[in-house]
Ligand binder design. Sequence first.
Ligand SMILES: Nc1ncnc2c1ncn2[C@@H]1O[C@H](COP(=O)(O)OP(=O)(O)OP(=O)(O)O)[C@@H](O)[C@H]1O
Length: 708
Amino acid sequence: MALPSHFEHRGSWVSQAAVRQAEIAIEQKHVDVVYARLADMRVEAAEMRDRGDRLAHGAGREAVFEQASMLYERDVMVRYANRILQTLDSEHEGLVFGRLDDKTGEVLYVGRLGIRDAEFENLVTDWRAPAAAAFYQATAEQPMDVVRRRVIRSTGQQVVEIDDDLLMPDAQPESMQVVGEGALMATLNRARGDAMRDIVATIQKEQDEAIRAPWRGVTEITGGPGTGKTAVALHRVAYLLYRDRKRLGSAGVLVLGPSTAFTSYISRVLPSMGEDSVELRSLGGLLDGIEATRIDPAPIAAIKGSLRMRRVLKKALRDTPPDAPTEMRITYQGEVLKLNEQELVKVRRQVHSLGRLPNRSRVDAAEALLEALWRKAESYEGYHVKKKDLLIDLGERIDFHRFVVVFWPVLSPASVLRSLGDRARLARAAGSTLSARELDQLAASWRTDDWSVADVALLDELRTLIGPPPRRRNRRAVEEEHEPGRRRPENYEDYSHIVVDESQDLSPMQWRMIARRGQYASWTLVGDPVQSTWPDVAEATQARDTALGKRTTRRRFTLRTNYRNSAEIFNLAAKVVRGKVATDDELPRAVRDTGIEPSVELVAEASLPGAVRDAARELLDQVDGTVGIIGSMTSIAKVHSWMSGMDDDRLKIVDAIEAKGLEYDAVVLVEPTEMVTESMTGPRALYVALTRATQRLTVLTTDPSWPS
Ligand SMILES: Nc1ncnc2c1ncn2[C@@H]1O[C@H](COP(=O)(O)OP(=O)(O)OP(=O)(O)O)[C@@H](O)[C@H]1O
């Protein structure tokens, strides 16, 4: 019987449903074997753990200990497997997600972890193992002996789809079927939820090279919006921990993102790969007990982030604390010894000139006060006391100590920064460093109740300038700090690897804050200069270079394919930066056509609220996943009020800065022109906002000249 024309074996796609089902059934069989093996391993592990406990407790011989430690390792491995299984859910590709058939007929399954059968035969190879590299690196031009690469998609333990790439058509055996329409496109077309997904099954070659780069030195990953920089950086962390867990795991890996919305968005990616020991923090959440989310207006953020602030903070510390006494009176041997305000200021200056951290200087302050009191006593006519007696007697008096405590209080970064809400105090600290307008703006910003994200770097700077409050740390606390997986304290400086996402936006003060945490760390820096919202590029670059120090090993990977936006959406976004702040070479290529052009609507100001609601409603109907409403910083509060009462879990409202790194199936972008005028870097913030949608974009503007 002649086959229908689409049912061809060699070198072409076979879409026949029965063949597809038969191939799915073949893979299901293997997946079943893997899960059955895991179930056995769980049981074995429990038994071995019990046996291991018994052995370890009663044993006196070395061999028995050795056995016990082997059992322990096995136990750890199975616990790890269990954890992975728990985190797998229907949203993720399954435990086994890939298969390679090479030209010798060998088959290799690739998955989230490596599993062997009872005879030690390989059932699944961990995606990070060298043997699995071909799964990501083989191409039709360089097939690395791979005839067929198959991506297996599962829901839970059920295989639901397979997608093949035929890389060596000439080596395809008669019996080998090739099915599917491309795993990557299928994945990219899927609806987006609240959380980013891992991409283990469809990592592309250029991405894989960045993921597998060595851990040492500085690895830079640059690329336009949607090129997978964040995804790549997270997979790189999982890869590095797999390859070098001993070196990197115990000291800890820190991943830093721009906002809490962002860290929460990416928070499931690493656990879905079995890594839950990595610390994710936002720039506003690096200090314990503070979770700053407020973004300062751009000009204020620019001042707070600049290195000038170091001078201001240093000087602020030397000023008299707000509640400190301005006079000292103490009675000694029938005389009242008095120090007036100037004399106390002089004492304070002397103590600071010793150069010790303020929170380590109270003893110096007490000594300087005693010295000043002695000089005072010496100056009184007919008053004869011995210096040694005065120093000892007063030094032991409780009223003297009470005075020292208020004269030289323990400072906290928060109290110092808050005190600069007093404009006069700020002006004293600033000298000529800040203009009158800058003083007004900064002082007003510190009279609020909460901290902004930019404040956190200043608080951290103050933390190191002030020194830790005197307190004893017990050994247990120190040990706990070094336990892997534990959220480390704010003063932890020994991360082995630091990943900085959206690194193009870091202010010089933020670079200093991060550098403190990785004195000996290797780095992965992720960013896109075209999306930068930091105005002083030269200052930030210098601060970055200082942060990276003498690390000479530097490698750079540039990702060029935009996997997020449809080509139609990206074309519109590219228009706002091309030739202005980006060259063609800096813009990625979007790979997906949807045939749906973004809609740009000119609306009257009075109709804007209704138009935003209508657009949101329409998009909620049109896409299955999330819909983002992105407003300018100036208008975001209004946008929130317009949307009140429209409760839908799929609807998210963010401003142009918060939108960084996030994505939605559809976006309503409100007032593009405002995003340009309020930014200090021209159209870059608008470019970020325009590149958040995967499927549909509606731009609402009251400016008739937009987008021209
Ligand atoms: N190889 C891939 N397979 C499947 N999806 C991918 C792949 N690479 C990237 N993606 C998807 O593309 C989207 C964009 O990725 P990601 O957020 O990492 O890009 P980005 O470069 O960090 O973007 P931006 O600079 O705009 O924040 C995500 O949904 C990600 O899962």
